[in-house]
Design a protein. Structure first.
Length: 263
């Protein structure tokens, strides 16, 4: 029979190996920034052929066949980056915050990984263009407004208005009013975001968030959307949004905390 000291040595060696693996992973990743944000996300289905023109060679759509993201091959995400901080904790950028909208597609890379591909975006911060993914354009027109109204009836109504347009014609615009809910807190996750322009580049978004699904055509939760319009037009977006696009899910991301890591 092996002694207790033998198993103690095994436990120590195992723990040391696990620590070494974690340390190696930590050393392999470099913190770029962290941010606290609120977002509104639309899950969309756009023409497959139009989307294919944005995908690098060897990449393919990774479209869910069930669940709340069923059939979504593109997302339009409107983002209020409330605070942006560098690895030293200090604000970065001209104001330490930013507002933008971007288009991101769920895809599989040539290695077969399910990842996110950033194919376009409009940002109000000039220094953020073309941005880390090389696809952001400066929004020469940009507006964002959120209002919250509570009354004696108990319901809380929120309105959001987002407008971004570039000099070259690209425009992303969202106007929505909805009844607020509580939302679900997702488990922390690491998500890889790749560049459509330079597919060899990616960031790791280590994120935790609360999502409130207001309307969904697949899971059909109680519909809390009161008013809604969405416009995406112009320039390089014309073929993506040719009038046949469909909105599949309306998601209020109440808050998201992110750490952006470089491999």
């Amino acid at each position: 029979m092996r002694s207790n000291s033998f198993f103690s040595v095994i436990r120590v060696v195992t723990a040391a190996c696990a620590l070494a693996a974690l340390t190696g992973t930590a050393h392999a990743q470099k913190m770029a920034e962290s941010s606290a944000e609120t977002r509104f996300q639309l899950d969309l289905h756009v023409p497959d052929a139009a989307l294919a023109a944005f995908l690098p060679a060897g990449w393919s759509p990774s479209v869910a066949t069930q669940g709340p993201a069923k059939d979504a091959n593109l997302r339009a995400v409107f983002i209020d980056r409330l605070t942006i901080n560098g690895p030293d904790g200090k604000p970065i950028g001209s104001t330490g915050s930013n507002r933008l909208a971007y288009l991101v597609a769920p895809v599989k890379n040539p290695a077969g990984e399910s990842v996110q591909l950033v194919i376009g975006g409009l940002t109000e911060e000039p220094s953020d263009a073309p941005g880390p993914f090389g696809v952001y354009q400066v929004a020469t027109t940009h507006r964002m407004r959120r209002t919250v109204e509570s009354g004696t009836g108990g319901a809380v109504l929120q309105s959001q208005d987002w407008v971004f347009s570039a000099a070259s014609g690209e425009r992303l615009e969202l106007h929505i009013q909805f009844e607020k809910g509580t939302g679900n807190r997702a488990n922390p996750a690491d998500v890889k975001f790749y560049s459509a322009k330079n597919p060899g580049f990616y960031q790791i978004s280590r994120q935790e968030q609360v999502v409130d699904i207001l309307r969904n055509v697949t899971t059909t939760p109680p519909d809390r959307v009161k008013k809604f319009t969405f416009k995406a037009t112009g320039g390089s977006y014309t073929k993506l949004f040719d009038g046949t696009q469909r909105v599949l899910s309306w998601d209020d991301i109440v808050w998201i905390n992110r750490s952006v890591l470089l491999p």
